[in-house]
Design a protein around this ligand. Structure first.
Ligand code: SAM
Length: 228
């Protein structure tokens, strides 16, 4: 099945719309079920011997994913600068406060990733959860080019693309997810990744070690680590 990128409803609704509020809550539950924060923590722990100076999450949503990741990492990583970047301003004050309580220094940035200028610190790590699938192949190439110029390590967890995405829609209905979430979940899987589709778009492949494979039932993991 070919990749198909279509607009997601959550991106078109105003943040205060009750359907969007419900759907963001659904997303937090789905994230918990998918255990992507645990997968991400394991990959970061394997690839870094110490805490990075800064971690940046691209498409950070309401910040809950980074908070869950911080909880996984905080015993080993203290005093990390964290940038949460998103097109929409959905960051909640309690989420940012919880990050601070773990000793992290969060900075919420509302911007389009393509227009944003990264701070450019060499010790920076970039992560993304359920974000890259928003972009068609040409946009993805541009985005990966930008990421590769600004980090040493990039870890992304995306939906794994498979042939019967509507099954997931039905499953989400059973656990009380609303129509927006069900629509977007099916659209995300159709726009998700399989094989080495992200690696194929990574620039300057000789200077990077790339890993890409299915992770868990529904996720697709991509890791790019700059060679020393
Ligand atoms: C499916 S949500 C995932 C949010 C979060 N990573 C999580 O796991 O809960 C994707 C996010 O990407 C953001 N997004 C989409 N296009 C973007 C862009 N061009 N620049 C920055 N953020 C973008 C959306 O606003 C949305 O919050």
């Amino acid at each position: 099945m070919k990749r198909l990128v279509r607009p997601e409803l959550l991106d078109t609704l105003s943040p205060e719309d009750p359907r969007a509020v419900h759907s963001r809550r659904d997303l937090r539950r789905i994230n918990w079920w998918m255990r992507n924060h645990v997968i991400m923590a394991r990959v970061l722990g394997k690839n870094l011997t110490a805490a990075p100076e800064r971690i940046t999450e691209l498409g950070a949503g309401d910040g809950h994913f980074l908070l869950r990741l911080a909880k996984e990492m905080s015993a080993r990583w203290r005093r990390v600068d964290a940038t949460l970047l998103d097109l929409q301003d959905n960051f909640s004050a309690p989420t940012l406060a919880s990050l601070r309580a773990l000793g992290w220094h969060p900075e919420a940035v509302v911007a389009d990733v393509f227009a944003w200028s990264p701070p450019g610190d060499a010790g920076s790590v970039f992560v993304a959860n359920l974000f890259l699938h928003h972009f068609d192949d040409a946009q993805l190439s541009r985005l990966l080019q930008k990421v590769s110029q600004n980090t040493q390590l990039f870890v992304a967890i995306e939906p794994h693309r498979f042939t019967a995405p509507w099954l997931v829609g039905q499953l989400l209905w059973l656990i009380g997810c609303n129509g927006v979430t069900r629509h977007d979940a099916v659209a995300s899987i159709r726009a998700g990744f399989a094989g080495v589709e992200i690696s194929a778009r990574w620039p300057d492949q000789s200077n990077w070690q790339l890993t890409e494979h299915r992770a868990g039932w529904f996720s697709h993991l991509f890791v790019a680590r700059r060679r020393e």
